[in-house]
Design a protein around this ligand. Sequence first.
Ligand code: AHM
Ligand code: MG
Length: 333
Amino acid sequence: MNRITLSRFLLDAERQGQLADATLRELILTVANTCVAIGDAVNRGALAGVLGEAGTGNVQGEDQKKLDVIANDMLLEANEWTGQLAAMASEEMDDPYPIPAAYPQGPYLLLFDPLDGSSNIDVNISVGTIFSVLRAPEGKTGIEVADFLQRGTTQAAAGYVLYGPQTMLVLTSGHGVNGFTLDHGTGQFVLTHPLMRVPETAKEFAINMSNQRHWEAPVQRYVGELLSGKTGPRGKDFNMRWVASMVAEVHRILCRGGVFMYPKDSRDPSRPGKLRLMYEANPMSFIIEQAGGAASNGHGRILDLQPEGLHQRVAVFLGAREEVDLVTALHAD
Ligand code: AHM
Ligand code: MG
């Protein structure tokens, strides 16, 4: 079998003008290689003593797991010296991480959620790394928060690595979505899921139902219609899944369809949602749109939102276009 490794795939993409330049190619390879090492720590779990709480909190006041901190440090260390980046930002750090003066500056900004779904880590359920690549302002030294606040439409690339039964990298640079499976024998990602597409028809939805009493009316109505099954307005039954790992949820939707929701709710009226725009919603929306699906905050396209803060939260509805359009239309009623 003629195996297409990630390195070869990216070189072909660059030659075909589907990847901006060699620097972006090298950057994606660096992130992918680091994720192989993060996956190794995730796999070894208790054997490596990496499970449990770190005893620290992040900027959102959420408890950090040891592996949140380990994965964050691994991504910083692997990317700070390469000359590909001007700065990095992470869900786990209050402020952007500037490239140390000892190393050359590069043209890109890297944003990541080093270990998404980490509440699952101690119970051996899938987690993942999510990343987004933006262009740094040209010739600027001293990158500031404002330089990161670019609309999702400007992303040069985005991807995730799912640490599940298989370790998989799913990637877009704006020319479709491709999935690669880690061959643990060679340590290489191999193209196994070319040009992934979100199936047009949805039969599954994903939402944390325990929050139902806190949802706003449009979400109550939409999920009520899904739950009413064959005799309801949708005229068919829907199944439900909730892994509480967005990476696993998005991956399922890319493979067999459906819609994922983390809506705004009334528990904290000042909070527009749980998920973070820059580290979760934008990269996942880019991937889903590139696979033919849609992503909305209930009022419009997520990728069009002008970010106002590095750690800004947003309501998320993503997956099959028909479903995302329906739930968005209900918000306009
Ligand atoms: P995290 O980045 O702190 O892990 O939080 C994000 C995760 C998502 O992966 C998932 O969709 C959601 O939180 C689950 O939230 P809940 O525990 O409220 O169901
Ligand atoms: Mg997260």
